[in-house]
Design a protein around this ligand. Structure first.
Ligand code: HEC
Length: 453
């Protein structure tokens, strides 16, 4: 029993299917964005540091450009980062309803760390903006302030800003990698019910071959998408970045093509390795098909990147960017199909619980609204009616079928009887409430349909 089991309503069969779709969509948004963020934050912090040490302006500019372009905007961080990762968390909480595993606890930890790291990386990114404001300010202060008092305080502020920014960048980036590792490890556990019993502390979750290979795969995929996104955003998107001189653009191209190509070489190997560690029950024709498509796309990608290394022609950048998404998408589909198979037994149990739960709710609503049709019938109707024989009133088996299942019409009659059959006296109004009449009508229809005598 964990915290989530108390707030989660067990999903029914249709609901489970919907949850799987929501999970796939959330992962399709989140995982590529995570890949970009892993690459952009690390290389930005890295190039800023070596640039500040050596005074290399290209490196400093690249540190700024890569984090600004690849994290897209603050809204993207919310739409592609925070919202999908929260919905992933809640979907898992439902899929793993009452499952005897610590996977849920570990996923929550990862999600919390993601959110903190997103905030830190956002702060880091923002220091570049403030920095450019300071640069403008400095020019102005230089001209107007002869005492140098102003320039000193601006310099001081700048130094503080830069060190706070660097700190946010490093910590944010390290936290992001840690969160990504924990996330990958806990998801691997979540899709492997055979391990739930034995993997009962967080260290066992983190130190498994599956977790390690899946994380390495994520890092390789992150390298590919980061390189491809740099090529796309710097050279293609809306005509590319403005104000890049020859030397800078050569540096960017070299870095991005190299990173993407080098990383792409690991993808097929790691795909193969983590396939070896999949639980037996999880393999199905669909998961093989998705794996095959992922593999083919990855090989085509590596091939295209190789020719880019040879020619340094960035024209195929858009095609490469699209291909990277195909690799991400099909690998996610493969993982989901594997998980769907592996969680078969768990899903059946959840559905059984959901049925129980639904029944419980139904019986509760009867007692909550205070309407018990059978009881009203026994006190108010039996004096004049039977199901199969005539009493004061006609037998239900004759009259109820006339309503053809029309619950409202029957309820209306019971609520307010009108003259019907000349062979009978009129039925006196029984003074029921609307909802009592409704409940009785439903009950009578059900009884007659079931052939009650
Ligand atoms: C005092 C006797 C009496 C009581 C009590 C009574 N009924 Fe009737 N009921 C009649 C008579 C008489 C008719 C025939 C009226 C007519 O055909 O106009 C009738 C007809 C009906 C019909 C058939 C209507 C139709 O379309 O032909 C239904 C349904 C019905 N009653 C339901 C109920 C229900 C439900 C209760 C209890 C809440 C109830 N009655 C209580 C005397 C009674």
């Amino acid at each position: 029993m964990n915290f989530f089991d108390q707030i989660v309503i067990p999903p029914s069969a249709n609901h489970l299917l919907l949850l799987h779709y929501i999970l796939i969509i959330s992962l399709l948004l989140f995982v590529p964005y995570l890949g970009l963020l892993l690459g952009a934050s690390f290389y930005s912090v890295f190039f800023k540091r070596i640039g500040e040490k050596s005074g290399n302006i290209q490196h400093i500019r690249f540190a700024k450009d890569i984090i600004e372009k690849l994290t897209i905007t603050k809204n993207a961080e919310i739409a592609l980062g925070i919202i999908p990762v929260l919905s992933i968390l809640f979907v898992y909480a439902q899929l793993l309803y009452k499952a005897q595993t610590i996977a849920m606890t570990v996923i929550s930890l990862a999600v919390l760390m993601f959110i903190i790291s997103f905030i830190l990386i956002y702060r880091y990114r923002n220091t570049f903006k403030v920095q450019s404001v300071i640069d403008t300010l400095k020019k102005y202060v230089n001209k107007s302030d002869s005492s140098n008092e102003g320039i000193r305080s601006v310099n001081e502020y700048e130094a503080n800003l830069s060190s706070a920014g660097n700190k946010a960048g490093w910590i944010g980036s390290i936290l992001l990698y840690t969160a990504a590792y924990i996330f990958v490890a806990s998801i691997a556990l979540a899709s492997n019910p055979q391990e739930w019993g034995s993997v009962n502390n967080i260290l066992l979750v983190l130190f498994s071959w599956e977790a390690i290979f899946n994380f390495l795969y994520l890092i390789a995929a992150s390298g590919v998408i980061t390189g491809a996104a740099v090529l796309f955003y710097f050279f293609k998107w809306q005509g590319g970045l403005t104000g890049m001189d020859e030397e800078y653009s050569k540096f960017v191209k070299g870095f991005a093509i190299g990173l993407a190509f080098f990383s792409s070489l690991f993808i097929p190997v790691l795909l193969f390795l983590n396939f070896l560690f999949l639980p037996q029950v999880a393999l199905s024709p669909a998961s093989f098909l998705y794996l095959a498509v992922t593999l083919i796309a990855a090989l085509v990608l590596a091939n295209m990147l190789y020719s880019m290394v040879k020619t340094s022609d960035v024209n195929p950048a858009t095609a490469i960017f699209v291909l990277v998404f195909i690799v991400f998408a099909f690998n996610i589909l493969k993982d989901q199909s594997v998980m769907g198979n592996a969680l078969g037994e768990q899903s059946r149990q959840i559905m059984a619980v959901a049925d129980e739960h639904e029944k419980e709710i139904k019986s509760k609503t009867v007692s909550l609204t205070g309407v018990n049709a059978e009881q009203i019938y026994a006190t108010k109707c039996v004096a004049c009616h039977k199901f199969d024989t005539k009493l004061v009133g006609p037998p239900y088996q004759q009259t109820i079928p006339k309503y053809n299942g029309d619950l409202n019409a029957l309820a209306e009659y019971i609520y307010n009887p009108v003259k019907k059959d000349p062979a009978y006296p009129p039925m006196p109004n029984q003074g029921l409430k609307k909802k009592e009449a409704q409940a009785l009508a439903k009950w009578l229809l059900d009884q007659v349909a079931a052939g009650k005598k």
